[in-house]
Ligand binder design. Structure first.
Ligand code: GDP
Ligand code: MG
Length: 387
């Protein structure tokens, strides 16, 4: 090769290599493939995350994100039963939930509805959580959200009219009853949930008041726990007058399903309270992080079937909270139930706020004004737990 040409080629190669080195060192994200979100997750994204997070309450740190995404993950989903017109409430709830937890862990979302979700809803959700995230939208099968054949519809109509007259909350609502029955015995059977082992129930409008910087699903898994709650409160007696008796009959008929170390005592009136019937306490099921194994078990299936045959979802107004709680109590020993004391949570009008300063992870709540403690139901749980 002639000398001038040789120099030109060497110079050309030098320039090419220098440019590549410059981009690799200074702008690594320019080389990562198919990454629309690089400012947040690229190697150089650390600064972007810090500066972005400095102005926002959730503060997703790079270390937290790496820890979250590098560690073991559970087969788990965030499950949200919602209506098409819940978009505004979901916007607030999910923005906070992403900020506080799921922006780091990126667990998939499953939205369920008794009617198909409209395009507007789906687009709004994708916009809130980001188009690169996993989200699915499912419709509830009609027979999971309608009267079963054995229900006397006239009797159900009369019961609703009567409860409405007595001003019982949601007493006159048929859709509320379908919702409670669905959450009690069907949500975990939805085809979109079949690939998961754990779920976190989230409702439109709820708030998450503290950062959650660890994976609660993995916590349950590692500690062999199956049901997690934040708040316990008493149920309205008028909505469940025969539920306890029905559960007692279930236990008589199917003693083989009741766990020998069950936790039922927690829900039973003590001396001085009554005659050993239901104390009306329940885990407030608008928040749940749990294993789907419990609900898919033969024991729970038989239990739900037994309750459903009685018709109390329609002739009374059995809520999914007492139904889940009594199921949990029947089939799980206390060691498998977990109080997520550290998860700051608000579903009007009650909240949970960690009292222990060590658990106050950038919380936006006041433990002094927190109803989840110092109520009879939670105290009952604590006493049982410590026994
Ligand atoms: N798709 C659908 N979701 C419902 C319906 N009724 C209630 N839900 C959902 O069921 C959950 C509980 O309902 P909510 O109105 O919050 O009841 P509350 O918490 O007992 O006052 C929420 O996730 C609602 O979005 C309904 O008719 N259709
Ligand atoms: Mg609610």
């Amino acid at each position: 090769m002639a000398r001038p040409y040789f120099h030109a080629v060497v110079l050309f190669l030098f320039v090419i290599v220098s440019v590549q080195i410059y981009f690799l060192v200074k702008k690594p994200e320019a080389f990562s493939a198919d990454c629309s979100n690089c400012a947040r997750i690229g190697r150089n994204g650390e600064d972007a995350v810090r500066s972005e997070s400095a102005s926002r309450p959730g503060r997703i740190t790079t270390q937290a994100r790496q820890r979250a995404q590098g560690g073991d993950r559970a087969r788990a989903a965030i499950v949200i039963l919602a209506r098409n017109n819940d978009v505004d409430e979901l916007n607030k709830t999910l923005s906070e939930f992403e900020e506080r937890f799921n922006g780091r862990f990126e667990y998939p979302y499953v939205f369920l509805n008794d009617v198909p979700f409209g395009e507007r809803f789906k687009q709004a959700i994708r916009q809130i959580i980001g188009v690169n995230r996993s989200v699915s939208f499912g419709t509830v099968p009609t027979d999971h959200w309608s009267y079963p054949s054995w229900i006397n519809v006239t009797r159900a109509d009369e019961a609703r009219a009567d409860m409405e007259k007595r001003n019982i909350i949601y007493g006159g609502s048929l859709s509320y009853r379908h919702m409670c029955r669905y959450n009690s015995g069907f949500f975990y059977r939805h085809p979109l949930l079949q690939e998961y082992d754990y779920y976190w129930r989230v409702e439109p409008g709820v708030r998450f008041l503290c950062d959650v910087d660890y994976d609660p699903f993995m916590y349950l898994k590692k500690h062999n726990k199956e049901y997690g709650f934040t708040i316990m409160i008493p149920e309205y007696l008028e909505t469940v007058p025969t539920l306890w008796k029905t559960v007692e009959r279930f236990m008589e008929k199917y003693p083989q399903y009741v766990h020998p170390k069950n936790s039922l005592k927690m829900f039973q009136e003590e001396e001085g309270e009554g005659k050993g019937g239901y104390n009306l306490c329940h885990f407030w099921s608008n928040f749940e992080i749990g294993s789907l194994k419990l609900f898919r078990s033969n024991a729970y299936s038989k239990y739900f079937e037994f309750l459903d045959r009685e018709g109390g979802f329609f002739y009374e107004r059995w809520g999914d909270a007492p139904v889940h709680s009594l199921g949990v109590a029947l089939f799980l020993p206390k060691e498998k139930i977990h109080h997520f004391e550290d998860i700051g949570y608000l579903h009007q009008p009650y909240s949970n706020c960690p009292a222990n300063p060590a658990l106050q992870l950038r919380c936006n709540c006041d433990p002094q004004k927190c109803e989840s403690r110092n109520n009879n139901c939670f105290n009952r749980y604590l006493r049982m737990y410590r026994e």
